[in-house]
Design a protein around this ligand. Structure first.
Ligand code: TYM
Length: 380
């Protein structure tokens, strides 16, 4: 990789500040979600998901076309994914939580692509470990409670027959120089890496290809995945399908602040199988705090909740808006100390993780029934 790139799907270099997101979105050519767009979403869904209200999902590409079509009664489908490189942390779950809400509000099909081939090409992990991660990650994702009859897991290595012919068509339109410019590849990167983006593009038009008619696709993801879909949007119309639309989130920062919560440093994030004790310990020991150095100063000057890891996670997971506003005001006003904020966040996180367990067990019993089946969509 060259060091020119700020963000690629495999590398986020440097500290990402709140103020960087607008610049990155405009460099990538995505639009910011403004108040007008929020109103349009609210008109259709009846309410705004907290991730929209708090600006966590902050940018989009052609979301207006999805909403226009939906209002006219034309269906669309959702597509998102996960690269099974290891255990999942809370950051990885964020696009899935939001996707679940979209699925509920719109009642549409969802493809979840599991890019085990990608992790083989980009990470130094053996195939057995990737297989194990795949199963565990799929169960983690399903533990959020997606609708079984509308949710389709597409594992690249296992369902290559649904992907390969289409990926070849995509790859014919992507030159090595585009891949270098967009992803920062160099001559020493393997040719597998150059090809991979073609595979990630396929689910964005797969339903249209199977049905033999154009169906719009909306893809939720965090900004690191945008380079894939920037390329896909150029290529897919050349194959006769709609450009996919997307809705894009910021990163949950690492516990220590800055960058993104990473899966390579186990203390940089909260994992879905962390025990309440581990969650508490990580927050107390590592979480970046917006509080003051001493309790006395904190009481006097208050904290900055906006940059506080514990507060931000608490806000993401606490459904009671009034409670969140109250905590914000108290923390900012110096009534709550950093340690108390961390304890509150730890309780909320552990409570949330606990709620995932029964659905995860249920998903494990029905694992096979979630697998993508092309026949279900093929024109009869
Ligand atoms: P992966 O496994 O790296 O990440 C899964 C999803 O989580 C997002 N993400 C984050 N969101 C918030 N905060 C973070 N710290 C954070 N870290 C990761 C990613 O943007 C992603 O949405 N190649 C993909 C898998 C994939 C995919 C897709 C993702 C295939 N098709 C379509 C999104 C949409 C990957 O390795 O994601």
């Amino acid at each position: 990789m060259t060091d020119k790139m700020d963000i690629t799907p495999w590398e986020v270099s440097g500290e990402l500040k709140e103020t960087d997101y607008g610049r990155i979105a405009s460099e990538f050519g995505a639009k910011l979600i403004d108040d007008k767009m929020l109103d349009r979403i609210r008109e259709v869904t009846g309410e705004l998901h907290p991730f929209l209200r708090y600006g966590i999902f902050f940018a989009h590409r052609d979301l207006d076309l999805i909403l226009d079509d939906y209002r006219k009664g034309k269906p669309f489908y959702l597509y998102t994914g996960r690269g099974p490189s290891g255990k999942m942390h809370l950051g990885h779950l964020l696009p899935f939580m939001f996707t679940k809400w979209l699925q509920e509000k719109f009642g549409v099909h969802l493809i979840i692509q599991i890019t085990d081939d990608e992790k083989y090409l980009f990470r130094d992990i053996d195939e057995a470990e990737i297989k194990k991660n795949t199963k565990e990650n799929v169960l983690d994702i399903l533990s959020l409670g997606f609708k079984p009859d509308l949710t389709h897991i597409l594992i690249d290595s296992e369902q290559a027959d649904s992907l390969y012919n289409h990926a070849i068509r995509v790859s014919r339109h992507i030159t090595a120089s585009t891949a270098k410019a967009v992803f920062g590849f160099t001559d020493s990167d393997s040719i597998g890496k150059y090809f991979f983006t073609s595979i990630q593009a396929v689910p964005a038009f797969l339903i249209s290809a199977l049905k033999g008619e154009n169906v719009r696709c909306l893809i939720p993801y965090a900004i690191d995945q945008d380079p894939h879909f920037k390329v896909a949007r150029d290529v897919i119309p050349k194959l006769g399908y709609y450009k996919p639309s997307s809705i894009i989130s910021k990163f949950i920062p690492s516990l220590k602040g800055g960058g993104k919560m990473s899966s390579s440093d186990s203390n940089s994030g909260i994992y879905l199988d962390d025990t309440p004790k581990e969650v508490r310990k990580k927050l107390m020991k590592y979480a970046f705090s917006g509080g003051r150095d001493t309790a006395e100063e904190q009481r006097k000057y208050g904290a900055n909740p906006d940059i506080d890891f514990a507060f931000n996670i608490y806000r993401m997971l606490e459904p009671d808006r009034v409670k969140v506003d109250e905590i914000y005001a108290k923390y900012k006003g110096g009534e709550i100390l950093s340690g108390e904020m961390k304890q509150l966040a730890a309780n909320t996180i552990s409570g949330f993780l606990e709620t995932l367990k029964p659905a995860r067990e249920e998903a494990a019993r029905n694992y096979g029934s979630y697998m993508f089946n092309a026949e279900e969509f093929r024109r009869k």
